[in-house]
Design a protein around this ligand. Structure first.
Ligand SMILES: NC(=O)c1ccc[n+]([C@@H]2O[C@H](COP(=O)([O-])OP(=O)(O)OC[C@H]3O[C@@H](n4cnc5c(N)ncnc54)[C@H](O)[C@@H]3O)[C@@H](O)[C@H]2O)c1
Length: 436
């Protein structure tokens, strides 16, 4: 196999986040603390992962970051937008994810990061109202202002390349409609201020038009429709989404493939959560919750394939609840009651109680996505990056294809994509029985 040409990762990479709340500030603080030798980027495949090449006997498993040309952490600069004016340090203290004593180690750095004015409309996030917001004639005008922000940031920070990762609040549920079917219809709707266009779409549009890869960390529609996919392809820009796979859904996509692998049946899966951060408050609104609920519910069906295994999974009752409970802050608790059945239909139960720190699981995903999306762009890839489905609750798939949710298949896909890019043999896991 011949390797694909990947432009080297020279110069600075700017990582722009719409939203500078718990996830974004935990990510930024963590990268800076790692750079200062005050912490480790645990959970990040790009920083800690290895990839096996060739046969097992070759004993060749370099680090991923040594195998493909990724931007070094030292070459990253940060920017973003928020509807609140807090600098990244104040926002991180308010989010309360990393302890104050640890944040102190990067305080000077974080205090220097000030959000730009956001594109925001309360109609799309009912529970929030902020003052640090742009004014414009219509969505297109606002997107043009974002494009100017992007150009200014790039110049001011002497960046060679940029990527954008949506870390802002979950918007209300929007159905795909006519305006989302073609680039022309979408641009017309933006100029006419259609309510089918949401702020997140303005950021995505601005990013793509500026040649900036875009990843969507929330379950919003944002780039998951034909017009945006076509635009990304036309402009030669990678896009990916949606909704970072952390916490309860991560557990689900670890456990469910195991049950299916052993042909264990499932009759019920009840998942409930309490969380008290701003994300929890936003999700307390039924319309934002609906966006999240759709995203969380979708994973089991595609892993279990009830159409192929009706005896085992046809009657599965799957329910997801999220409750806002301020005392817990970012330290979510997620319970799963799983009703399974085995040989002769005998029922059994599994209880999972995950005392999780959501943003601690999300921060490394932001880093990996930014670095991989930048590399994909340098490799000339554009449109939906299915190989990054590993990081998402609702991975975007090409039209007509179903997304892959099984974490282990997703990881294999990701690593095989890297091997393919570098012209290495793909790993099939065939045993020695087949070789001399
Ligand atoms: N933490 C996780 O594990 C996790 C997992 C999956 C998805 N997510 C999603 O990631 C997003 C961020 O989560 P978080 O915990 O950091 O939430 P957060 O509420 O702490 O931060 C979101 C920030 O976005 C800002 N914001 C809202 N609308 C904006 C806009 N239009 N432009 C710019 N800024 C805007 C808010 O003011 C807030 O500061 C949420 O949508 C959440 O659902 C988080």
């Amino acid at each position: 196999m011949s390797a694909k040409e990947i432009r080297p990762a020279t110069g600075k990479l700017g990582i722009l986040t719409p939203g500078m709340g718990a996830v974004a500030t935990t990510f930024i603080a963590g990268v800076e603390l790692s750079r200062r030798g005050l912490g480790q980027p645990i959970g990040s495949l790009t920083q800690m992962g290895h990839i096996r090449l060739g046969k097992r006997t070759d004993n060749n498993s370099p680090m991923i970051k040594d195998f493909v040309p990724l931007t070094e952490m030292d070459d990253i600069v940060f920017g973003g937008w928020d509807i609140f004016e807090d600098n990244a340090y104040d926002a991180a203290v308010k989010a309360g994810v990393l302890p104050a004593a640890q944040l102190e180690g990067a305080r000077d750095f974080l205090e220097g990061i000030h959000p730009m004015k956001a594109v925001f409309d309360q109609k799309y996030v009912k529970k929030l109202s902020g003052t640090h917001v742009k004014k414009g004639e219509n969505w297109m005008d606002l997107a043009e202002q974002l494009r100017q922000d992007i150009r200014d940031f790039k110049e001011k920070n002497n960046c060679e390349r940029l990527v954008m990762v949506w870390c802002a609040s979950t918007e209300i549920f929007l159905e795909k409609g006519e305006v989302h079917q073609s680039i022309e219809a979408m641009e017309k709707a933006m100029r006419e201020n259609s309510d089918q266009i949401a702020p997140s779409m303005c950021y995505a549009y601005a990013a793509i038009m500026e040649g900036v890869p875009f990843a969507n960390g929330a379950p919003n529609l944002t780039v998951d429709y034909p017009a945006m996919v076509d635009l990304a392809k036309r402009e030669g820009v990678p896009i990916v989404g949606k909704d970072f796979k952390t916490g309860q859904t991560l557990m689900k996509t670890i456990l469910a493939p195991g049950f299916k692998a052993r042909m264990i049946g499932l009759s019920g899966w009840f998942s409930t959560n309490i969380l008290g951060n701003r994300d929890g408050e936003v999700l307390d609104d039924p319309e934002s919750f609906k966006t999240k609920e759709e995203s969380k519910l979708s994973v089991l069906d595609s892993i279990l394939q009830p159409e192929l295994y009706p005896t085992l999974y046809k009657d599965l009752y799957h329910k997801v609840r999220i409750n806002y409970y301020p005392p817990r802050g970012d330290n979510k608790e997620g319970w799963d009651n799983i009703d399974i059945f085995g040989w002769m239909g005998m029922p059994m139960q599994i209880k999972v109680d995950f005392l999780c720190r959501d943003s601690i699981l999300a921060a490394p995903i932001v880093l990996d996505l930014a670095l991989f999306m930048d590399m994909a762009h340098r490799a000339g890839m554009s449109g939906i990056q299915e190989w990054l489905s590993f990081y998402f609750k609702s991975p975007q798939a090409a039209a007509g294809l179903y997304p892959e949710h099984d974490l282990f298949i997703q990881l294999m896909k990701l690593k095989n994509n890297l091997r393919h890019l570098k012209g290495e043999d793909l790993i099939t896991h065939l045993g020695t029985e087949y070789y001399d």
